[in-house]
Design a protein around this ligand. Structure first.
Ligand code: PEP
Ligand code: MN
Length: 363
């Protein structure tokens, strides 16, 4: 998938000091006191470089707290004047953009629900034409990488090049330990396709609870993500939104202290040995593909044989036996059972497709 995004890297528009960008603050601004108390405590944490706060909240159902609205921006201005910390706010329509620009919000972010709607994204992009402000785009609710990239493209076409992405996980109907599935392969693929793009992980909305925050934050660092957005509240127990995932500032400090930071690149000796090991992997992958090709040729041969003898593509007994025997071998070899199962399913699906094509081809 090609994209012509022209992005200014994060460290060219924000002084990160070579460190991951740590953004924290309440899910929602609730009162002047709550914003100021939370922000003052965060300002004492050296790693925190930017304050977040939801001013207009996208709620699943009506008649619940929908954010304090524009007045909350004044509290953020006050906090900024006092602490010097930059501020960022979610915008979902052009009125939000106007209000944020009027109140000197430093960075805007687009929420997951908005990213999923190209009409809304385009309205935001149009409202930002000619404005020089960084925009961070959260992933859409569902795992659609193209839609995520499409939103970034709309802002880019409106002239915004200070762009970053926020990975907040993906909705799943299944019950899992996470509120939103991380599906790390998607932000990783985004980074691969868009080289200059910083991706900030939002462990709060991925986890939905405080217990998993540390491990997801560490994982983000280990995957060389560019920062973290972590919700915090001076008294999470009484928070009006997302109470179960917000951290007291002192616990945020603990989480940040416990993070192990690893380098993306090592010493020359390290890089040399790594290159050798990778050379081995390249070789093994080649062997793997050669073996898969041999297997596929056999599948084709069997397909023709079945066709000549008018035999169905699928034999359930054979499939059952094949799966069980391979799973057993995989287990004996110390491979993860789920991994082997997924691999077999993938290989078998392709084999079925090849034989079906053979069956239906006039040969
Ligand atoms: C938020 O950041 O508080 C929020 C509403 O997030 P999301 O858009 O990721 O659901
Ligand atoms: Mn929230």
């Amino acid at each position: 998938m090609g994209t012509k995004l022209n992005i200014l890297p994060l460290d060219k528009w924000f002084d990160t000091n070579g460190k991951p960008l740590i953004i924290s603050g309440p899910c929602s601004a609730e009162s002047e006191e709550q914003v100021l108390q939370t922000g003052r405590a965060l300002a004492k944490i050296p790693e925190v470089q930017m304050i977040r706060a939801g001013i207009w909240k996208p709620r699943t159902r009506p008649d619940i707290f929908e954010g304090v609205g524009e007045i909350g921006l004044q509290w953020l201005t006050k906090l900024k004047a006092e602490t010097g910390l930059k501020t960022c706010v979610e915008v979902a329509n052009p009125q939000h953009v106007d209000a944020c620009l009027k109140n000197n919000v430093d960075v805007l972010w687009v929420g997951a629900r908005t990213t999923a709607n190209p009409f809304s994204v385009q309205e935001l992009a149009d409202a930002l034409k000619g404005v020089d402000i960084p925009v961070m785009v959260k992933n859409p609710l569902h795992p659609d990488l193209k839609l995520w990239i499409g939103a970034l493209e709309r802002f880019n076409q409106a002239g915004i090049n200070k762009l970053a992405a926020i990975h907040r996980g993906f909705y799943t109907y299944e019950k899992t330990p996470f509120r939103n599935l991380p599906m790390w392969e998607i932000p990783i693929e985004l980074k691969r396709i868009v080289p200059n793009l910083a991706v900030i992980t939002d462990p709060s909305h991925i986890c939905g609870n405080r217990e998993l925050l540390q491990s997801i934050s560490q994982k983000a660092m280990d995957l060389a993500m560019d920062g973290l957005m972590l919700e915090s509240h001076i008294n999470p127990a009484v928070a009006l939104t997302d109470a179960s995932q917000q951290l007291e500032p002192k616990n945020l400090q603990k989480l940040l202290n416990n993070l192990v930071h690893r380098q993306e690149f090592g010493t020359e000796d390290f890089e040399n040995l790594l290159e050798k090991l990778r050379f081995d992997i390249d070789h093994i992958d080649e062997e793997l593909l050669t073996i898969l090709t041999r297997r596929m040729h056999k599948i084709e041969e069997i397909g023709h044989y079945k066709k000549e003898n008018n035999i169905t593509v699928l034999q359930m007994d054979r499939l059952r036996h094949m799966m069980l025997s391979r799973l057993k071998v995989g287990k004996e070899l110390g491979l993860d059972n789920i991994f082997v199962l997924k691999l077999l399913q993938l290989v078998h699906k392709d084999s079925i497709q090849v034989q079906t094509r053979i069956m239906n081809k006039e040969l």
